[in-house]
Design a binder for this molecule. Structure first.
Ligand code: PMP
Length: 442
């Protein structure tokens, strides 16, 4: 294959990149080689204002010195220790710190290495919990259209993105899907949570009539669907889902891989919406993206049920990863949490949210803009097709913004934004003014 010569990457052939059109990318490859705070630097010296926190994860800003130092120190002290029957103090310290900021009643952390693993872990916990209580017939998992829960077989089965599934056969039997909450006819250009649509949750009740509640193990949703374009739940919707689950003995799993760690101005979306799940999935912002890590924060009831039901000395939950609670990840996680709390980043995110919302909605009326959605430091700018070519605009907008020094993310035809939580008012204005300039130009 013809590959360009690039400083620091002379041969592009061997790296098979995830979720990337590899052949196209390698023809026009773009690299970042360093980062600091709100900025990436490309190999050819271009500075990029990071409007997406890497990939919804670098909440403390890039290469935060306290996180870097913690990782360096830990690497020299203890590089690896398995969590299979052998402990190391940091994983315990970090779990305690996490449960101290988690919603009340969520008090045990199971570590994974990614959001995908968190999804599969949460789903397996739900099945094992019912099994331990003699309700092993509860096998059905209910996800939602336009949901994204990573790429493992469990998370992908529960997710609602057709194009991600079509290459992979039947996936898990027994996964069913509620309707998504995106309702542009009633809610286009809502500022924050849409007014209309709490009753969309009632579709779950109808599904329970179809399947019978006694066969359903868990409902899994993202509080705000991120990867499918920032779909913000209507007021009352999540509360209603919680009610229906509780009434029917079904566990509620909130996937907070994107919304956790201050993205909505609170530690978790669960706090913002006042809805406590039975299992809360985390990843990304845990370590501010510096070391791969994920996890599931479980209710005391689930932990007690699983740990007390096994025969003495037997493994209670036959699940775990070589790198669960890895020392470097735990060190990065502890340091990131310290930064979030000591620098008041969750409060900062809440304080700049009105500016973020105003700037986002100033794009209304510009050519191509068909909807704008926002909550916390998340926004989705949905675009129509390019009038001249009929092609989707979002990728073009990304390319032009890149040239002008701002990194945004196109998903289908929506520009999604989720900056590091350290973002300043001036940087927020730059992000949206750049997008506005590009839309006018196009
Ligand atoms: N859940 C959600 C809501 C996500 O947005 C993502 C990743 N974008 C995942 C799960 C999967 O996380 P990972 O890529 O770390 O496996």
């Amino acid at each position: 294959m013809d590959t360009p010569l690039m400083h620091g990457a002379n041969n592009l052939d061997s790296h098979w990149m995830p979720f990337t059109p590899n052949r196209d990318f390698k023809k026009h490859a773009q690299f970042v080689s360093s980062a600091s705070g709100m900025y990436y630097y490309t190999t050819n010296g271009h500075r990029l204002l990071d409007g997406i926190a890497g990939l919804w994860c670098v909440n403390a800003g890039h290469s935060h010195p306290k996180i870097v130092e913690a990782i360096q120190k830990q690497a020299a002290q203890l590089d690896f220790a398995s969590s299979f029957g052998l402990g190391h103090p940091l994983a315990f310290d970090y779990a305690n710190r996490l449960t101290s900021i988690a919603p009340e009643g969520l008090d045990h952390v199971f570590f994974t290495n990614s959001g995908s693993e968190a999804a599969d872990t949460a789903l397996k916990m739900a099945l094992a919990y019912h099994h331990a209580r003699g309700e092993g017939q509860r096998m059905r998992i209910i996800g939602r259209q336009r949901g994204y829960h990573g790429v493992g077989f469990g998370g992908l089965s529960a997710a609602g993105m057709g194009p991600h599934k079509k290459q992979f056969g039947m996936l898990l039997p027994g996964a069913a899907h509620m309707p998504h909450t995106h309702d542009p006819a009633r809610n286009a250009f809502s500022r924050g949570q849409p007014q209309h649509g709490a009753e969309i949750a009632d579709a779950l009740e109808q599904m329970l009539q179809t399947y019978d509640p006694s066969t359903v193990a868990a409902v899994i949703v993202e509080p705000v669907a991120g990867s499918t374009g920032v779909l913000v739940p209507p007021i009352g919707y999540l509360e209603r889902l919680r009610e229906i689950c509780s009434h029917n003995g079904i566990l509620l799993i909130l996937d907070e891989v994107v919304t956790g760690f201050g993205r909505l101005g609170r530690p978790f979306a669960a706090d913002r919406f006042g809805v406590t799940p039975d299992l809360l999935m985390i990843a990304k912002g845990m370590t501010s993206g510096a070391v791969p890590m994920g996890g599931v924060i479980a209710s005391g009831n689930i932990y007690e049920t699983l740990t007390s039901s096994a025969a003495p000395g037997a493994v209670e939950f036959a699940h775990g990863y070589t790198y669960s609670g890895h020392p470097l990840a735990a060190a990065a996680g502890l340091a990131a949490l310290d930064v979030y709390l000591s620098e008041g980043l969750f409060e900062h995110a809440a304080a700049v949210e009105p500016v973020w919302q105003d700037c986002a909605h100033r794009l209304r009326g510009l050519p191509g803009v068909v909807d704008i959605r926002n909550l916390g430091l998340l926004a989705g700018i949905e675009l129509g097709a390019d009038v001249a070519s009929g092609k989707l605009l979002a990728k073009k907008v990304h390319d032009f913004c890149f040239e002008k020094g701002v990194l945004v993310r196109p998903v289908a035809n929506t520009i999604v934004l989720s900056p590091p939580l350290i973002v300043s008012q001036a940087e927020i204005e730059t992000i949206f003014e750049t997008i506005a300039g590009v839309l006018k130009e196009l």
